[in-house]
Design a protein around this ligand. Structure first.
Ligand code: SF4
Length: 106
């Protein structure tokens, strides 16, 4: 059973996907992005979600233990410095990062 945080994260992701705000699939289709590249904080979706490579610098982060490494959308290997995030269409995010779509792994 999903908790409120996971439901919020999924809803936010679905809203972004439906609105076309998740630009990576378009970029991949047009060859303007590598298959797996790191998400910069300046990326429009990252900026909209308040993504920070260093979670301690993220405004709005209230759970001090919350980082990408413990997020349900993160599929990086344990201990890896970065890994794919499904909110960013599999692009790499920092394991020590954070964004407002965070949903704690269940
Ligand atoms: Fe946000 Fe990180 Fe979770 Fe991706 S893995 S949704 S960037 S907190």
């Amino acid at each position: 059973m999903a908790n409120a945080s996971q439901r919020d994260g999924r809803r936010r992701f679905i809203r972004l996907a439906v609105s076309g705000f998740v630009a990576a699939p378009f970029a991949l289709a047009t060859g303007t992005a590598r298959a797996v590249d790191a998400v910069p904080e300046s990326d429009p979706t990252a900026a909209a979600l308040g993504y920070k490579v260093d979670a301690t610098k993220a405004a709005g982060r209230t759970d001090k233990s919350a980082t990408c490494a413990t997020c349900n959308f993160f599929s990086g290997k344990s201990g890896a410095p970065d890994g794919p995030c499904s909110v960013f269409a599999g692009r790499l995010v920092s394991a020590k990062g954070w964004c407002s779509a965070y949903a704690k792994k269940g």
